[in-house]
Design a protein around this ligand. Sequence first.
Ligand code: ADP
Ligand code: 5GP
Length: 199
Amino acid sequence: MQNILGELKEGIVFIVSAPAGTGKTTLVRMLCQEFPCVVQSISFTTRKPRPNEIRGKDYHFVDKAEFEKRVAEDDFLEHATVFTEQYGTSKSFVEKERVSGKHVVLVIDTQGAQQLMGKLDAVTIFISPPNMEALQKRLSHRKSENKAAIEERLSWAQKEMSTAGQYDYQIVNDRLEIAYKVLRSIFIAEEHRSLRRKT
Ligand code: ADP
Ligand code: 5GP
């Protein structure tokens, strides 16, 4: 049976960046739930797990020594320090999933995305909040950061948003259902690009 997505022999790498609290985790989760052929890359981080997070599913949580060892062994496609903690994308995970026909989504910050632009064949997507007030509200409602951490994220968000023009696509996550429709359309269109079809 023909599928709307997931018909390629080898998958596509998608890079999604957005300021913390914009809704990228929510949107990418919706995509993975609707399409089994879409997987999110599981990054390594030195950050401690949040109460609702599962080891090996949300992240591979490692200590600084283990992270540095992986950097030295060239295990990461990219890595960056974000809000004092280190984060890195596993080369082997991305390649294994991609060659098995899955579309792999890297939900990474703007520093990591910039390291990969022009180096990796990937479709890049930037998601923005409708405005800073909405972003602040979402961060507060999520209750995963304290006040100081929220302030830090809001000031960093301004910097990240200034890089949005470097991405292939920009989506505003105002109404979740609309933002999701746009995101899923991008995935479908990218899979149907002539150059990806080896006919
Ligand atoms: P991110 O991964 O970008 O840090 P999350 O996906 O964790 O953001 O979303 C942050 C909070 O905002 C969550 O509580 C989520 O339910 C909420 N949220 C996401 N999208 C919207 C939206 N369009 N409107 C209102 N709240 C949203
Ligand atoms: P959080 O700690 O809230 O899960 O993520 C903080 C930031 O780190 C987010 O912007 C997230 O996208 C980013 N991030 C998560 N994994 C990686 C990664 O592997 N590389 C980079 N560069 N950023 C990452």
